[in-house]
Design a protein around this ligand. Sequence first.
Ligand code: BEZ
Ligand code: FE
Length: 287
Amino acid sequence: MQLVTEENITELAVERWATAGDPRLAELMTALVRHLHDFAREVRLTEDEWMAAMQWLTRTGQISDEKREEFILASDVLGLSMLVVQMNHRLDPRATPATVLGPFHIEGSPELGYADDMSDGLPGTPLYLHGTVRDLEGNPVPHAVLDVWQADTEGAYESQIPDIDEARLRAKYTTREDGSYCVRTIAPLGYAIPMDGPVGDLISRTGISYFRPAHIHFLINVPGYEPLITHLFQEGSDYLDSDVVFGTKQELVTPFEPRAAGPTPGGGSSDVPWLESRYDFVLQRRD
Ligand code: BEZ
Ligand code: FE
């Protein structure tokens, strides 16, 4: 029998978790045990601090439901989500880079046509976002579905608003034969991540800015290509260099150019001044 000491407990716990039947699970769990024990030793974790951490984790679970992913938010603000994205999407430098999915994507958005309006009369400055989807060699990718979602001008996503029965600021657009797409929406604004839960409690005890710069989310999943989950950010937006979830990349920043009332992409016309942004998404083929 081997009795436990402060010196041997890590080794004993690692040995125990190494018995996992799946070798990858054994690798993950033994590394987790080693890093957790190293952390506790490094900071000389007190019992009060350990209890505060357990209670924080409990609250994080309790506030989560099918619409609120507080653990994912915690991973996002710790920079873990973005690290995992970057390690798993080491794309060719010519390809559009990936960023975090975030907690607000909803499956089953309505399909809209070229330049159709996904903002459906919501207040805001009209924005036409258009360009092409192409491959690394510049060839157009036709029939690519762009799943698009964004917050309103108050910073609220559909899933944060109770009792909504219609899709709000989200839609699927399909590229034409020449790879072109056109999203008609309203200009997004920067917004605060949800601060009314345990993640917000922790952040408010730091000097961390809890805002994200103005952005629109895209999920582009085309058979034969690496799936792309990304955002476009408005050039000049506040918080570009302090995004609380570390999701901002230079290649994803695009200008929103002001245009006078009049003709718009897709053959329509706007009675009010509008914004235009051109962006070409570049997909990488799967090996
Ligand atoms: C978002 O952009 O929707 C988002 C991403 C991560 C955390 C919170 C919000
Ligand atoms: Fe967002």
